[in-house]
Design a protein around this ligand. Structure first.
Ligand SMILES: [Zn+2]
Ligand SMILES: [Zn+2]
Length: 334
């Protein structure tokens, strides 16, 4: 059996997948940029929905100075308590101001004090309303903590894969705003379902009501409800992750640890319309989707992707997350 190409980057993967079917590739390239989901809100805004729904006590956002006035005005109009402080660690990715928003002024003040303390992760997680199991699992990872490491850890701890806990691509809408301890964490699941329910049934009403009028509840089939249905479909496909920014969504049944491919598309298709993806990641995602779409069955073993039994490439982070599995299939996902 040939040994698979070892890939350390999207560039490597593009080279390794030089042979994919041109027609499939052309289609996958279109899908990688398509963005057909009608986003009713930003990819990371579940946090705000949870705050408005009363599920979440406090929101923390790190904002560049230019965006601060608009955010203050928006939350202020909704009658929420606001507080801000500078970011504890300053660097290119962490520059900006930390804005806390909550219903309770005292909690906002506590959070500002907490932000300044050196070892604040557990306490800040509590104030923000994150599940303790998930915060602890995250903190057990050795720093620097990469998202993919947290995904692998959660993968190993999961017996099932709840689609609404699929946060593998943070530019696709996700119902939880922390990295879960497992993809069947009961606390996280209950939270995600509550956010989905609020978004479907009451979110439009809340935002409308906050502007002073008292609008009727959203009618059945409103854009929020349609959005949740579309997101559920996107998150409920199996997810092949090669790198954090190179992912492919796949439908189909799992049989004896092999995913029988129905449809495959670059997951970036389901991202928020304004979420960019760099050119190499986009091309690698398209090639990977084209490869998988042509295969009858795929699986990942020890970081190697097998298509129809042939090892294609190997990457440290490669995993197949069976979010599309029916409950009885999940334990056999490999
Ligand atoms: Zn948890
Ligand atoms: Zn609505």
């Amino acid at each position: 059996m040939p040994s698979p190409a070892v890939c350390a980057s999207a560039q490597d993967l593009i080279a390794a997948l030089h042979f994919v079917d041109p027609a499939r590739l052309a289609q996958a390239r279109v899908e990688a940029t398509a963005r057909p989901l009608a986003y009713a809100l930003g990819s990371g805004e579940a946090d705000e929905v949870a705050l408005f729904a009363g599920l979440k006590p406090l929101l923390r956002q790190v904002l560049p100075a230019a965006e601060l006035p608009a955010a203050r005005a928006r939350f202020g109009r909704l009658g929420l308590a606001l507080g801000e402080t500078s970011h504890r660690v300053s660097g290119p990715s962490t520059g900006g101001t930390v804005l806390f928003v909550g219903r309770d002024e005292r909690r906002v003040r506590e959070a500002i004090a907490c932000e300044a303390s050196a070892d604040h992760d557990l306490e800040l997680g509590r104030l923000l309303g994150y599940p303790r199991c998930c915060v602890e699992a995250y903190l057990e990872l050795p720093p620097p903590r990469h998202n993919v490491d947290a995904f692998h850890r959660a993968f190993a701890a999961s017996r099932q894969f709840a689609p609404r806990l699929n946060c593998l691509d943070l530019s696709i809408f996700h119902f939880i705003s922390w990295l879960p301890c497992s993809f069947d964490c009961a606390t996280s699941k209950a939270w995600a379902d509550a956010v989905a329910h609020h978004l479907t049934a009451r979110h439009g009403q809340f935002l409308g009501g906050a502007r002073g009028a008292s609008p009727p509840p959203c009618p059945p089939g409103c854009r929020h409800e349609r959005f949740v249905a579309e997101v559920d479909l996107a998150l409920g496909a199996h997810r092949l992750l090669a790198f954090e920014d190179v992912q492919v969504s796949i439908t189909g049944p799992l049989e004896d640890g092999v995913l029988e491919v129905g449809r495959a598309w670059p997951s970036a298709r389901d991202r928020h319309p304004q979420a960019p993806l760099n050119e190499q990641a986009r091309e690698a995602s398209a090639r990977l989707a084209a490869l998988v779409a042509r295969a009858r069955g795929v699986f990942v073993r020890d970081g190697a992707l097998f298509a129809d039994g042939v090892p294609i490439f190997q990457a440290r982070d490669a995993r197949l997350f069976p979010f599309g599995a029916r409950p009885q299939e999940a334990s056999r996902a490999g």
